[in-house]
Ligand binder design. Sequence first.
Ligand SMILES: [Zn+2]
Ligand SMILES: [Zn+2]
Ligand SMILES: [Zn+2]
Ligand SMILES: [Zn+2]
Ligand SMILES: [Zn+2]
Ligand SMILES: [Zn+2]
Length: 464
Amino acid sequence: MADQEGTPQKSLGTDVISPSKTLYSTPSTSTSGFNSGNDMSPPWDQGWQLFIPASIQDGSSRFGFIENALSEGNEQKLIEVEEQCKSLVNECEEGSDERRWLVRQLVEVRLKIQEKKDEDVSLKATVRLVLGHHMQLQDNNLNNTKLQCDRCCAAIWAMIHSWFRCIDCDYVCHTRCLSLITRACVHVAVSERPEYELRICPEVGLASSQRFKCTECNTPVTFTIPPIVTCFGRYTPQADQSWSEPRLCDYSGFYFCPTCHWNTSAIVPARVVHNWDFEPRKVSRAAQQLLRLMAEKPVLILKDLNPRIFGLVEELSVVQGLRENLLQMKRYLSTCDSAISEHLMWQLGSRQHFVENAHSYSMQDLIDINSGTMLPFVNQIHESFAKHIKKDCKVCHGRGFLCEFCHDPEVLFPFDPAVYSCPNCLFAFHNSCWLEKGNDECPRCLRIKQRHSRLSIPQEDDFS
Ligand SMILES: [Zn+2]
Ligand SMILES: [Zn+2]
Ligand SMILES: [Zn+2]
Ligand SMILES: [Zn+2]
Ligand SMILES: [Zn+2]
Ligand SMILES: [Zn+2]
């Protein structure tokens, strides 16, 4: 059948073609030769032949990347390979065997890309909008993850159940529970109003406000009826089976049924802000999800919420001091080309609010301060920024100050210890020199004011 001596093999059978290469073996009425027409036309128009040029069959890995991309199925990679294939086709001699083979590969790549696009569309079609949730059908049936349905509390076995997950808040439920969801997506609440309940367990009253119903799903709830002791012994009257035990959510102060409150514990922001109390309390599922989504949002302005707390928690006041320094360092770093190109401020990672203001904290910040992991982190950032400004960078160092009062040659920076920095112009003086001078106006501010009044131009930030 095939010529083994280097001439192109023109076998029609599948005997020389691996199964992966028979994908598009469109039946053809022609059994000999090739269609001499336009080789860019679809295979079914060409009297498609299953043919691999010997040069490629010989194990030349030159075109191996095409097959790799086809088997990997990565859409981006396939798009790149499509482009490479196109240019390879153009480079090949017209009518050559390699060219025909490459055209066929190109068609395969294009079909695979289309297949991937269709998959995406069908994936999007599996997202359902329910009470603000974007519930997406999960099809990872091969893993044996066990989850708990947020609606009915029963187990979800990924391998046997059909189930959905909210892509925004991670709410999960069986497909059969999808139409019964009663909890609105907490992600919507968090996006619209990223705030915490900061009253400590503002209990609203099961009877007065909730009328003995779960605040989320309206299931009747009541406390257990106490046992009755009679001369015949002790017995517990049977409560109506449709009633269940109310569970208080320490975060919201509402009562929930056991389906909506799983007795899971979480640190409650109100207790932290007012009492520096990190003891986890039992909260509803909704509160737990909300606390998780809010954890890294810097929405707690502690100096307004509870200014006394800085005097009570030493580590918090140290971190606060370092954060104020970081803000002063930002004035150097944000105007220094080398600091910008080195992405120095990226060291803060998700804590960019540390260089946006000195007062906002996220719950995660407070948890880390309490656990002792925050102080080393801020210290390390502080050291790194200071090293750039005072040692590594001539530009930043050149923007230091000499104390005008004592004319000491030591260069001072507003974030140095024992330095007084004018809040208006940032000019730095030794703390002792400033105190010695009494409450006089900063000499630099005075000069700027005099200059402005002489020139009578509007004042602007003179920091340079
Ligand atoms: Zn959701
Ligand atoms: Zn369920
Ligand atoms: Zn409920
Ligand atoms: Zn610099
Ligand atoms: Zn001085
Ligand atoms: Zn000043």
